[in-house]
Design a protein around this ligand. Structure first.
Ligand code: HEM
Length: 431
């Protein structure tokens, strides 16, 4: 691709053509020029002309939704304020505590076995369980959303159905939170001075769940893979957070969780680095390629945060701090509890999951000296009372007297806890 230049033709799915930006400086120019490159997919020419159909597997990741991710200008600023202001109220100390609790609980479940798949049994489950606590979402909704989001990111034949299931679940969640507000992100979004409708909330939450689970699990898993497979980290793993910080920087530069995304649509015909782009034809940024552009002036990775893993410009990820904290604590905890953990297969034999957008491992098998479990096997999730209302982000959630909408219990009577974890792992393994 490099031989072709900095903007190259790609096919994202059968019949879905796009131009992919692989140069670092060019990517920054696109991301920082919303006047020329819009995030609004209603400008997508092939979709309007019918040459790309609504059933294409990439549609759930690329089609318009009334959310901050797919809007521009004043509308984007308004929507983004709701998300950004509410996320900024999350207490990092409380968040660290959720990650530690969740990590401990997950590790308790496999520490005696002496082996685990750190993807299915740890990295895939942890972000969702943390996110549901962070934003005030009952675990039962979280489970349904996790299953749907996994299929959406893979952009396979199930993506369309999964998208419908995610929207249905989010509608139910919004109705539940309207009736049962608490001191949590969803309730803060509902009470924000920019009054958002329920429909808007559903779509903002769909972005939060998509962004907050799949890329997060990939950051954790890709960093663990690096730490466990690269000789540069050998012998440094129990030495505090420095190697973890280094590994996260390296993954964010070299193996960013969203490898290719940030789809933009030119608002008029434009020539970019000698390539003519037509109005409304998708331009996708390869964060993986741009970060590793040999023409880049700096090749210093450690401590350098100028990578594009969080994107750049007006749509840059508003949750970078929380996302990095979650990954750091999750990895710290694992290495602290299982200091002799080792990959069970050579690093080069690990398999990657399909999909045009993400950089995602299929499994991360490890072994370690078994650790005897001294905890009560039948304990419920820390702090979680089966069937109870969701826990808050900053303290106990007040129970509303308006209880027409009650927490759901799909499949089993419990709303969360171990059962959620068991089902997640079971489903992940049966994929
Ligand atoms: C390792 C984890 C994460 C990575 C790599 C990541 C990366 C990104 C990237 C590349 C974008 C730009 C997407 C685009 O323009 O199309 C983005 C946007 C966004 N991210 Fe993150 N993200 C992560 C975690 C999170 C978390 C935990 C949340 C919230 C809980 C979150 C919320 C958002 C939102 C709301 C946007 C849309 C912002 C806008 O369009 O104005 N992200 N993220």
């Amino acid at each position: 691709m490099r031989r072709l230049g900095t903007v190259v033709p790609v096919e994202l799915a059968p019949g879905v053509d796009a131009s992919m930006v692989i140069g670092y400086e060019t990517a920054l120019r696109v991301l920082r020029d919303p006047g020329t490159f819009s995030k609004d997919p209603r400008r997508w020419r092939a979709l309007a002309e019918g040459t790309v159909g609504p059933d294409s597997p990439v549609m759930p990741m690329m089609e318009y939704r009334p959310s901050c991710m797919f809007t521009e200008g004043e509308e984007h600023r308004r929507r983004r304020a709701v998300v950004e202001d509410s996320l900024s109220r999350v207490d990092p100390i409380a968040l660290r505590g959720y990650v530690e609790d969740t990590a401990d609980t997950l590790i308790d479940r496999f520490q005696e076995a002496g082996e685990a798949d750190l993807l299915g049994q740890y990295a895939a489950a942890l972000p969702l369980l943390v996110l549901t606590r962070m934003i005030g979402c009952p675990a039962a909704y979280g489970e349904r959303l996790f299953i749907a989001m996994t299929a959406i990111f893979e952009a396979g034949s199930d993506a369309k159905r999964a998208h419908g299931e995610a929207l249905q679940c989010l509608n139910e969640l919004v109705a539940f939170k309207r009736a049962n507000p608490g001191p949590d992100v969803i309730s803060w979004m509902m009470a924000h001075p920019v009054a958002v409708t329920d429909e808007e909330l559903v779509h903002e939450l769909s972005v939060l769940f998509g962004a907050g689970t799949e890329p997060e699990q990939n950051l954790i898993a890709n960093a663990l893979r690096l730490l466990l497979s690269d000789d540069r980290f050998a012998g440094r793993l129990s030495g505090g957070s420095l190697p973890i910080d280094d590994a996260l920087d390296e993954v964010l530069w070299k193996d960013p969780p969203m490898a290719n995304y940030c789809v933009h649509f030119p608002v008029h015909d434009v020539v970019l680095d000698g390539v003519r782009l037509r109005k409304g034809d998708p331009v996708i940024i390869s964060m993986a390629a741009a970060n590793n552009d040999p023409a880049q002036s700096s090749h210093q990775i450690v401590g350098n945060r100028a990578h594009l893993a969080w994107s750049a410009g007006p749509h840059v990820c508003p949750a970078q701090g929380s996302a990095r904290l979650i990954a750091t604590v999750a990895i710290e905890k694992l290495l602290d509890r299982l200091p002799d953990v080792e990959l069970a297969v050579p690093g080069a034999e690990l398999k990657w999951r399909p999909g045009p957008f993400h950089r995602a491992l299929a499994a991360l098998p490890v072994h370690f000296p078994p650790v005897q479990d001294l905890k009560d096997e039948n304990s419920v999730w820390p702090g979680e009372i089966p069937g109870d209302s969701p826990r808050s982000t900053v303290g106990p959630a007040p129970r509303s007297s308006a209880t027409e909408v009650v927490a759901p219990s799909p499949g089993t009577p419990e709303s969360g806890g171990w059962s959620l974890w068991n089902r997640l792992v079971g489903r992940w393994r049966s994929r």
